[in-house]
Every structure is written in C-alpha cells, then in structure tokens.
Design a binder for this molecule. Structure first.
Ligand code: DGJ
Length: 349
C-alpha cells in the first residue's frame, strides 16, 4: 500500500514538475498537441484571436468536459506561448431557462473602443441543433468575467420556410449557427453567420455598443444575405487593401471538406467566390480541418494566420489547431499551403 502511495505521489510530482517546466515554444506545429504555459493542452476550439494593448487574447470553446462548453481565454505576447487566463464565460452563467440543455460553439470577442467594453457573441445550441441562437455578453476586462445580456436570432426574413421547418424560422427568425465577428476600420462591427438552416450566410451590422443588430434593420443596408443557397459555414473574414475576404467551409458536420474564399468591395456584398485557397496534399479537405478565423499579423501588411480546427468528433477535447501562414499576392489573391512547422519569419522569406 505504502509503495502504491509513494508511486502515486511521484507520478503527481512528475506531472506537476513537467507542467511547470513547459519549454518555451518558438514555432507553430499544426496538428500537434499545443500545450499552454502550464503544460496543459490548449482548449480554445472554434475560436479567434484579438490584439489589445500589445497582448493577444485567444477565445474559444473549452471542451474539457465533453457534455458542455465554456468560453476559455488565453493570452500571449508572441502567438506561440499561451497563458491560460481561465474561463471567460461559463455555460452555467446562461439564463436559467436555457442553461441546462444549451451549449456554446464558436465564441468570438471584440473590443468596443467607444464603450471600453469587450463584447462576446456565441452560437448557442441544443441537442439536434435546432435552437440556433446568438448569445451576447459583455465584460470590462479581456479575460472576463462576461455578463450575459440576451439570446436572439437577429434577422426575421421570409425565405419561404416550410410550416414544418424544424428550426421554426418563420416564427423565430433565421437560424444563427457558425459565426464570426468583424470590426471594420470605421469602427462598425458585423456578425457573420450561417442562417436559413445553413443554406445562406447573413452579415449583420451591429449597433454602436456591439450588443445587437443595428436598428432599424434594412436589407442590403444594415444586413445582407450572402453566398445565397451555397451552404457555407465556419466564416472567417478579413480585410486587405480595402477589399473584404471571407473564407468558409462546406457543411459536413465535424468532417472536413474543401474551403472556399470570396471577395467583396463592400462587406454587405456582392461577394464573388474565388474557389479553394488551399493547395497541395489534403487541400480538398482543408488539411483535415475547418476554418475558424484569419488573424492579421501585426506590423506585416498582407500577412495573416489562417486558423482552423481539426475536429476529433470521437474526442472533441482532443481536437487540434491548424495555424498556417497566408500571404496576399500583389494581385490580391492567395494560397494556403501545409507546413509541418513554421514561425513568423516565414513571412519575411
Ligand atoms: C460544423 C460546425 O462548423 C461546428 O462548429 C459544429 O457545429 C459541427 N458542425 C457540429 O456538427
């Protein structure tokens, strides 16, 4: 018995020593386990990174406990090494009437320079994926805590929904599923999300506080249907030289498929699809991953990091991160290539 206890103590000590001794990282290794500064695998799936006061904050799905998801927050100053700041928003902080059966997907946070608040939008879902609502919360600090404001479907549009529509869109508005946020140079923010049962993407300008849609809503003025009936999800928007870019995936559940990117001069469209930006082996499967965000590299115009999730549906917490470099060509096109490992000096080559 004594021997067993000693062995257990040694194992725990080794584990915690190992965790403390997490070596500093100097490169990205797409698809490998990505440890945080304490040595634990990063839990920030379906997420995005923002920059504030010289620090990066990475928000995403914390899937440590499989049956639920919280919103995690990590911070970094170099993009390789991430310190866990904790849970920014807990599933348990959802309103009581939906809390027990609702989970969170693809959370995104933006900073509102006017109000000085951090605003969190997330896809709230329930078993069967018919709940399909936006959840909105605000916080004073990047790592939270965030206070829940409301849940909603932002757009009521008549897309000729059937009376037996399982998503009940006639009644409650268009579904709100895979989502992202984008803050334009003029400070206006937009929610981009898969709607109409994933058939069509919606882009909706937000109010000055970023806490809901801008009202009164007017189609093609404050919101728009884009990539109509194209069945795209996982929207990852970015801007370069005054043009808007949007990487999306097809809709095949947790299984990977081919990405597409579209380009527009106006964020509300029209958007023109340019095809799959990925090239090389497994490019038809986005290197076995699904887009989640495109992060501009600070100080390097035209240089971005394509962030993607390699989902592991059997063990979602063990889903991996695929971060790959994306550099714009002179003509405003780009390709994404697989790298076994790379670092930010890739952009200087
Ligand atoms: C694909 C979406 O992109 C994911 O966020 C998740 O909702 C899965 N579908 C669920 O099947």
């Amino acid at each position: 018995m004594r021997a067993i206890i000693s062995l257990a103590i040694v194992a725990i000590l080794c584990q915690s020593l190992g965790a403390q001794e997490q070596a500093k990282l100097y490169k990205f290794t797409p698809g490998e386990v990505w440890p945080d500064a304490a040595g634990n695998p990063i839990q920030a799936h379906g997420g995005a990174v923002i920059v504030r006061d010289g620090a990066y904050y990475w928000y995403g799905e914390d899937r440590t406990v499989r049956s639920r998801t919280d919103v995690s927050c990590y911070s970094s100053t170099d993009l390789y090494n991430w310190k866990r700041e904790g849970v920014a928003f807990k599933r348990d902080d959802l309103p009581e009437d939906i809390r027990g059966r609702t989970f969170i997907e693809r959370p995104k946070v933006i900073y509102n320079a006017k109000t000085g608040k951090y605003v969190l939008w997330m896809h709230l879902e329930q078993q069967g994926y018919h709940f399909a609502e936006a959840g909105i919360a605000v916080g004073d600090q990047p790592a939270g805590p965030f206070t829940f404001l409301r849940h909603m479907r932002p757009v009521q549009y008549d897309a000729d929904y059937k009376d037996d529509d399982p998503d009940r869109q006639k009644e409650f508005g268009g579904t709100y599923r895979d989502m992202n946020l984008f803050v334009d140079d003029d400070g206006k923010a937009y929610a981009l999300y898969a709607s109409e049962g994933n058939w069509t993407l919606y882009i909706v300008r937000l109010n000055d506080e970023y806490t809901g849609p801008e009202t009164p809503m007017a189609q093609d003025k404050t919101w728009a249907r884009v990539l109509v009936r194209k069945m795209r999800e996982a929207p990852a928007p970015f801007k370069h030289n005054g043009r808007y870019y949007l990487i999306t995936s097809g809709c095949t559940g947790w299984n990977p498929n081919a990405a597409d990117y579209a380009v527009a001069d106006n964020i509300l469209g029209p958007w023109e699809s340019k095809g799959n930006p990925c090239t090389g082996p497994e490019s038809e499967l986005t290197f076995r991953s699904q887009s989640t965000c495109v992060l501009p590299v600070a100080g390097k115009p035209g240089c971005f990091i394509f962030m993607s999730d390699r989902w592991n549906p059997r063990r979602l917490p063990d889903s991996r991160y695929i971060w790959l470099p994306l550099k714009m060509d002179a003509d405003g096109a780009f390709t994404i290539r697989w790298q076994n490992e790379w670092d930010l000096s890739w952009f200087d080559k």
